[in-house]
Ligand binder design. Structure first.
Ligand code: DGY
Length: 429
């Protein structure tokens, strides 16, 4: 298929997965609105329909909880093809049935991108309408995912990281006692090859964490205090630090001086906090289990998001460039979700090695902003090559380019349109 045909297919995937204002990640496997999927999808829509891009974000914020949280899944209608559905989550925090935790907060960054891309200035009103919701969500993160006020954010469930099956969660997940779960039937393995999905013992624990949080009615302070899983995630932390910089830009543009000064305080705290995640021997930021106090021992693709978060000091950038080149010598396509030299690496299992297009996009953006255009371009070229080889898969093998997980996947299509497609590069040039 030519690149122009791929552009057309990508637009068709977005419009086919459109449910009337919000987009599902893929049919069958993920039939609802997912938080960060939707936000990346907005970038894809923005390449051909600005209004529809804004609608995606507005519909996501329609599900915001009273406490400020924007949930990871909005269950706008029942779909028996997905498990665990709304009755298993048992939440009551917002106007739309939803899951009980959040997902990486990329929204402020994309709102800023949409505003910056609109030369007419008409988007500013829509951004202004979203600003209070964004502020409330960011405050929620700081209150309930950083209860010790350290400037780093934890996740209370592997799914809150958006990188569900990462080896970083293994030890913390093993420590979760399997209890209070009913017999259940998974649906994910009926849509895709079980060899690409998490194991049953992981699912037992995913459900046990949900049961524990249900037991405290998803009260956010109580969840932060007692949830059996509470792991600081460099991915969410870096996405959030970056999002705060973009939120600050928006607040300033909108003349919101109080909000702007509040956000400046958050940024200063997070810049200092990120140091907690630095692993001296590995020379990268890694996860930290707050319940056991242990750092993890592997480099994930989120370690490469430090420059995206604006952490571009010489030590961090130099160490990441060295890891980048080392990993490039081990796999054909960058960036594997986990270090290919780590014992837990698996090239085709969910988040244990495969490449995701939207992670490449964020890493490349950070590297380009830090002045490393060559490595940023390598990521773009690899992402384009993966799509040309295997189409719009959910994720790809870093070794063979085989596409895996769900097909006709919305965020892969969106990232192709907004960044990886050569037609986009030509337009932008
Ligand atoms: C799933 O069901 O695997 C989802 O990734 C949860 O977000």
């Amino acid at each position: 298929m030519s690149d122009t045909d791929l552009d057309t297919t990508a637009r068709t995937i977005l419009t086919d997965n459109d449910q009337g204002g919000y987009t599902i990640p893929t049919k069958g496997l993920y039939p609802y609105q997912w938080n960060w999927d939707s936000v990346f999808v907005a970038l894809g829509f923005a390449t051909f329909d600005q209004d529809r891009a804004w609608r995606e974000l507005e519909m996501l914020f329609e599900g915001q909880w009273r406490d400020g949280m924007v949930p990871h899944i909005l269950f706008r209608k029942d779909d028996p093809s997905y498990f665990p559905g709304p009755s298993v989550w048992g939440t009551d925090g917002g106007p739309i049935p939803s899951s009980g935790h959040s997902q990486p907060p990329v929204a402020a960054t994309v709102v800023r991108d949409l505003v910056d891309a609109d030369a007419t200035g008409q988007s500013l009103d829509r951004a202004a309408a979203l600003l209070p919701g964004l502020m409330a969500w960011h405050r929620w993160y700081l209150s309930y995912r950083d209860p010790k006020d350290q400037g780093v954010l934890a996740v209370i469930h592997p799914w809150e990281s958006g990188r569900d099956n990462l080896p970083d969660w293994d030890d913390a997940l093993r420590a979760v006692e399997v209890k209070d779960i009913e017999p259940y039937e998974r649906k994910d393995t009926s849509h895709v090859d079980p060899a690409m999905r998490p194991h049953k013992e992981d699912y037992d624990r995913y459900l046990s964490i949900m049961a524990a949080c249900r037991g405290v009615d998803w009260d956010p302070a109580e969840v932060a205090r007692s949830c059996p899983f509470f792991v600081v995630d460099p991915g969410v932390t870096f996405v959030f630090l970056r999002a705060n910089r973009d939120l600050l830009h928006l607040a300033e543009k909108l003349g919101k001086t109080e909000e702007a000064s509040e956000i400046r305080g958050w940024i200063a705290k997070m810049e200092a906090g990120a140091k907690i995640l630095w692993h001296d021997e590995l020379k990268a930021h890694v996860a930290l289990d707050q319940r056991s106090g242990k750092q993890t021992d592997g480099i994930s693709s989120a370690s490469f998001l430090a420059p995206y978060a604006g952490l571009t000091d010489g030590e961090t950038l130099g160490a990441l460039q060295a890891h980048f080149d080392r990993i490039a010598g081990k796999v054909r396509y960058l960036m594997p979700s986990y270090d290919p030299e780590h014992k837990s690496y698996e090239p085709l299992r969910y988040w244990r090695g495969p490449v995701w297009a939207m992670i490449n996009y964020m890493i490349a953006r950070g590297f380009a902003e830090a002045g490393d255009k060559a490595r940023a371009e390598r990521l773009r070229a690899d992402t384009a090559a993966l799509v040309r080889e295997s189409g719009f898969a959910e994720y790809f093998s870093p070794e063979t380019a085989e596409g895996a997980g769900g097909g006709s996947f919305s965020w892969t299509a969106a990232i192709w349109l907004t960044w990886a497609s050569p037609s986009h590069v030509e337009q932008a040039a």
